[in-house]
Design a binder for this molecule. Sequence first.
Ligand SMILES: Nc1ncnc2c1ncn2[C@@H]1O[C@H](COP(=O)(O)OP(=O)(O)O)[C@@H](O)[C@H]1O
Ligand SMILES: [Mg+2]
Length: 422
Amino acid sequence: MKSLGARLALLLLTAIVLVVITSSFVASLVMRGPRPEVTMEPMARQLSILAKFAEADKAAAISAGLVIAPAPAAGRRDDGLSDFLMESLRRTGEPREATISRKPRGGTIASLRLPDGNWIVMPISELGPPPGGWKILAGWLGLIITGSVLISIFAASKIMKPLRLLERASAEIGPDGTLPHVPETGPGEIRVTARALNELSARVKAATESRMRLVAAAGHDLRTPMTRMRLRAEFIKDDEDRLKWLADLEELDTIADSAIGLVREEISKDSLQCIRLDTIVANIVTELTTMGMDIRVSELQPSTISAGRLAITRALRNLLINAATHGESAVVTVTHPGDKAVVTIVDTGPGIPEERLSQVFEPFFRIDMARQRSFPGAGLGMAIAKEIVSRFEGEITVRNRQPRGLEQLVAFKMGSDKLAAG
Ligand SMILES: Nc1ncnc2c1ncn2[C@@H]1O[C@H](COP(=O)(O)OP(=O)(O)O)[C@@H](O)[C@H]1O
Ligand SMILES: [Mg+2]
């Protein structure tokens, strides 16, 4: 019973059969006895024979056990049944005044008026549904509805369980296109889908890795021709020209370095230590402001996380430099809402076009060169920051602010304070 279709069919079948069996059982309890339409006419005929008998010989009728009273039987008159009886009497050709009443403690009595003003009073068999029948009906309907609802909910949750697993997995697809391993269990369709998702995730991962290797290889291979160029540049006679060449080569060197650095971040597994996020941020801000960058600290709550100090410093430095250069001026805070430690960097720059936000963490992502004044870089800073933050199970997000500026959020799980080491 591995296919979803078969399971669905079986569950629905069980539900319907159960409901029908239950309702039929209750119906047989409620709908006992013949309907009055069937029994009324023969009874009317019997009653009119008795009436004729009483008219012809009252004494004999009484001695035979017939009750003759001056008034109809006491009790609540059943208007519907009374009319029904009179209609039946009329149809049998003996129209008479008649009434059917119900005794408070059960029992139905028919009274038939004789021409002399007396009444024949006679108990008759129960007609129509028993008193309180509607309560039984309501109970019956309630039972059907409750039963169906319970079974449907059970069936739906049974069917949805594996689907929900896939839903949860898809919700966890990371910005890099990979997703956590989906268990390949359950009905056939789900297993096939889970396997496909896992393969897809593995392929995306492999593609990302080979791209990273490509980046590093390019950085590495640039080194040799750059060394030769530097040598040649040293022989340039014109001083100004030579210095320009050397400065450009210096920048190329930095780019090649960060390209190799990206891959190094990806594979490096430096040990975890308890570090104070607020202290690290304060140090970077001091370092960058002395270089002339416009960065302000707004709030630094003491927050300890478990990560590699050098790597985290590199990541946050990249983000802060971006905010102070591309973003013009930056304000940074360290807070710890709940069990998280969060670094928030906001700036007053142009932000990043909404449709390109999802690409900021890709290697070599840079926005339209015309927009960039002369900020050196190869578009690797964010990619490196992302690589580092993910490695320490942190999360990094960017979004545009209104009316302008970019907000960069880096969140980590809080580590234990006891081991804190600045
Ligand atoms: N705070 C920011 N405000 C506006 N644009 C930004 C900001 N941070 C990054 N960017 C854009 O994202 C690109 C990639 O940034 P990054 O990976 O650090 O590379 P780089 O700084 O070397 O160009 C930048 O070139 C810039 O266009
Ligand atoms: Mg940068």
